[in-house]
Design a protein around this ligand. Structure first.
Ligand code: 26W
Length: 830
């Protein structure tokens, strides 16, 4: 029967209910009363997967038929979090599913809590990739995510005696209901051996890798459900399996020990995500992981293209690769290898295709994050790839010489030293990505400007047209609609629900910012969310917090440049003040931290211990009457983040200016009505531009000031230490036994602030320099919070002005200015 085309199919509750009951029975031979919450979660997930599958097939068929250009988002990390709730949200089935579960006597939150996070990422870069997939599907753009199916994702953090302990995250233990194993798309990836040259009958040289070890790459597909549009894209993550038996290269037939080595190679390849954020460690296994998933993904992209087309020269018209930082940069020589060795193209043809296919995003300027692989390691592991890199480098160096040889005042050797891909025995991955990419982008306006004027200045001079900015964004579907249902409902009541796919519509709230009734409602919702977090903290940390206190929150990876140390030093200072003046005006505060530290990062781990130590002292000092509470939330991750953002009053974004490329947590807080206390760094600059400086608390050195001190010297923390008694007191408290009987425990933190021997320069991140300005900004926060109506107004304006920071906008800009994709439209299935 003909139906109105625009009528959306509604979620069939009865079908969902029957499906859950059936799945519980079929999978576990139980009825609902007998099933565990985990079993019900599994059953419900398979029921939701049933709803997804039809749309998934339709989408992929439409892509087959329409043959649109596709983006392959290549990333070592996809920090997806939980799938069930998100899939229900994007199918517009959440409310219906919640009611069904209620009818069955179940709480949807309890069921969702059964799912382990897919924590296949460290922090910002990995979560950004996840938000981008959500936006790509929601906007209807053909896209693949390509990554690794780590058997162990980001470690679980436990706090024992105040110290971080890393616990393995066996996220696949109960199975992953949403994934599909696709052995028919398996690929072979080759490592090591050597390259031989063979001359064919036409006198053409052929390069063949011999004596290698091979691994089989098996893809697992995860559905990426668009919001209410019937589109389901694919996140393809690769598992490694051994070739099995004694399938060796003909060259090595009969070599027993080689066969055993080959088995071993596959065994640990995808075991674990490296838990380093912003720190390059140079581990061989990491390079193997990079080449493994890139080779498999590039092979599949080329094969998929050739299934429908016959002219490889037109590859860039249908395919683009976005490289998420330098980690996937071997895609460049791998694509070259396939074009040269398997399609027998000439160098210039292959280079033309490759450079029209690859684009690179830079996410950090931290020098210690730059990937520079030792040439001996790189060439031993990837001998053919290395030859190609050598040739790319040779031609690029020649290009530098041609450009600068006769330019007055330019030292060509100096340019080569700074810009070559191969130099000092190293392969510089960022240089390769820039030289072979058609686009280089930073992730916030300030970051892109710093790239152009400082770190990548020489490359900008040579290829100015490649550089562009794409300010990051976040998905409002997860971080408001799912994470903060009370506020989401309120926003919808006030401005309609168009914000779900068109976030700028949320600016309709502006007209309510002064409305006393709206302010009251907003603050009541914030209070309810603070109760929810207080309950979480009570359950997980056994600490009582006052939901009427200011919730002041810093959650992000632990890194010295993010300055959690400055935050806790300021808490120590406030505690000193309260002890000295017990009757001073003081509005109760709860300082909430959440952060994982890389397992080998001493100062980061010590900072966690310091926060917990200060918490112990302050929380248990009856004399301050509970006016300050300090909470360290164990195991900060995507799922508890949703609860935390919703409950925050103050968003701590206090990185040393110039160091935080963008930040995305800052945007999640803003969307949830927290007010930014921050430096003018990363996307904070653009947040303040949107909401107005009067609706944020800005302090500290500017990025220009920081860069100037770094380049010219002239900052001496000892001088501040000697002249500011408040600062001297808290810094001394690190080593005088106030917080730890072991006076040496926090000595490394003390040294990092004052001792030039510990690093090149004491206080590398300008903590003492910015401390006073930070403390003053914190005073303003307190004063502002006492004006409840004024605070509510500012907070509402933050929500209202967050429209720019949707990842839908970011993705649309990637599409318009880099990828040039066309939308596909479909009808959603019920
Ligand atoms: C090789 C070790 C390593 C691992 C991860 C180096 C660098 C990284 C990432 C690029 C670090 C990262 O996550 N950067 C963050 O990217 C976010 C998304 O663009 C930004 O919002 C953050 O500011 C940036 O720190």
């Amino acid at each position: 029967p003909a139906e109105k085309a625009e009528e959306k199919p509604v979620f069939d509750k009865e079908l969902f209910k029957r499906s859950i009951l059936y799945n519980v029975m079929n999978m576990y031979r139980k009825n609902l009363e007998e099933a565990t919450p985990q079993q019900i979660f599994q059953a419900a997930s398979y029921s939701i997967k049933d709803r997804v599958i039809g749309n998934w097939m339709n989408t992929q068929k439409a892509y087959e038929k329409e043959d649109p250009k596709m983006v392959y988002y290549m990333s070592m990390e996809f920090l997806m979090g939980r799938a069930l709730g998100n899939n229900m949200i994007n199918l517009e089935a959440y409310q219906g599913a919640k009611e069904v579960l209620e009818e069955l006597g179940l709480d949807i939150n309890v069921i969702e809590d059964q799912e382990p996070d897919a924590a296949l990422g460290n922090g910002g870069l990995g979560r950004l990739a996840a938000c981008f997939l959500d936006s790509l599907a929601t906007l209807g753009y053909p896209a693949y995510g390509c990554g690794i199916r780590y058997r162990y994702g980001m470690f679980k953090q436990e706090i024992r005696d105040g110290f971080q302990v890393e616990v393995p995250d066996n996220w696949l233990a109960e199975g992953n209901p949403f994934e599909l194993r696709r052995p028919e798309y398996a690929k072979v990836v080759k490592f090591g051996g050597h390259v031989s040259v063979r001359c064919d009958e036409n006198g053409r040289n052929h390069f063949v890798q011999e004596g290698y070890q091979a691994v089989r790459a098996i893809p697992y597909d995860l559905p990426i459900v668009g919001y209410g549009n019937g589109i389901v894209n694919t996140l393809r993550i690769w598992d490694a399996e051994s070739m099995g038996g004694f399938q060796l290269d003909s060259f090595d037939k009969g070599d027993y020990s080689k066969a055993v080595e080959q088995e071993n190679l596959a065994r640990n390849l995808v075991d674990v995500l490296y838990p380093n954020d912003n720190h390059y460690a140079g581990k061989e296994l990491r390079l193997k992981q990079q080449y493994f998933f890139i080779s498999a993904s590039v092979q599949e992209a080329v094969e998929k293209y050739m299934r429908k087309h016959d002219d490889i020269h037109r590859f860039p018209e249908k395919v683009t690769f976005q490289l998420n930082d330098t980690h996937p940069t071997v895609a460049i020589p791998e694509l070259m290898r396939i074009l040269l060795d398997e399609y027998n193209l000439g160098w210039d043809e292959a280079w033309d295709i490759t450079t029209r296919t690859c684009a690179y995003t830079n996410h950090t300027i931290m020098a210690e994050a730059l990937e520079k692989w030792p040439i001996d390691l790189f060439s031993r592991l990837l001998p053919r790839i290395y030859q190609i890199v050598e040739e790319i480098n040779r031609r690029f160096v020649q290009q530098i010489e041609e450009k600068y040889a006769h330019v007055y005042n330019v030292n060509v050797q100096e340019k080569i030293r700074k810009m070559a891909i191969l130099y000092d025995g190293q392969v510089k991955m960022a240089h390769m990505a820039i030289v072979a990419g058609y686009s280089v982008n930073g992730v916030a306006r300030l970051h892109t400007e710093i790239l152009k004027s400082e770190e990548l200045r020489d490359f900008y001079e040579m290829f100015p047209e490649r550089f562009n900015n794409k300010t990051n964004g976040i998905t409002q579907r997860r971080f408001l609609l799912h994470g903060n249902p009370l506020l989401a409902q309120w926003v919808t009541e006030k401005v309609g629900d168009s914000w779900i796919t068109d976030l700028p519509q949320i600016s309709g709230l502006k007209k309510l910012a002064d409305d006393a009734e709206a302010q009251k409602e907003f603050m009541e919702i914030k209070y309810q969310n603070k109760l929810r977090l207080a309950k979480y903290i009570k359950e997980h940390n056994d600490i009582e917090v006052d939901p009427n206190s200011i919730f002041d929150v810093q959650v992000k990876r632990l890194h010295e440049y993010k300055r959690q140390l400055m935050n806790i030093l300021h808490v120590m200072h406030l505690y000193n003040e309260l002890k000295a003046h017990p009757d001073m005006e003081f509005f109760p505060r709860t300082f909430i931290f959440g952060a994982k530290a890389a397992a080998g990062y001493r100062n980061a781990k010590l900072t966690i211990k310091l926060i917990n130590t200060v918490a112990d002292v302050v929380n248990n000092d009856a004399s301050i009457k509970g006016k300050i509470k300090v909470v360290f939330i164990e195991n900060y991750n995507v799922s508890n983040a949703e609860i935390i953002f919703a409950a925050a009053d103050v968003s701590e974004q206090i990185s040393t200016a110039s160091k935080e490329a963008s930040g995305t947590g800052n945007m999640k807080f803003m969307l949830n009505g927290a007010i930014t206390l921050g430096t003018l760094d990363g996307a904070n600059v653009e947040i303040v531009e949107e909401v107005g400086r009067e609706n944020a608390f800005i302090f500290g050195l500017s990025s220009n000031e920081v860069i100037h001190f770094e380049n010219n010297g002239g900052y001496d923390p000892m001088q501040i230490f000697n002249t500011d008694a408040d600062i001297r007191k808290v810094v001394n408290q690190l080593i005088d036994g106030t917080y730890s009987a072991d006076k040496e425990l926090f000595r490394p933190l003390y040294n990092s602030l004052l001792n030039t021997l510990s690093t090149n320069r004491a206080d590398t991140y300008f903590i003492l320099k910015d401390f006073k300005s930070y403390a003053e900004a914190q005073k303003k926060v307190e004063a502002a919070y006492r004006d409840r109506s004024g605070w509510a107004k500012s907070a509402i304006l933050n929500v209202a002005c967050s429209g720019k920071f949707t990842s839908d906008r970011t993705i649309q800009q990637y599409v318009d200015e880099i990828w040039h994709l066309d939308k596909v439209t479909l009808q959603q299935n019920g």
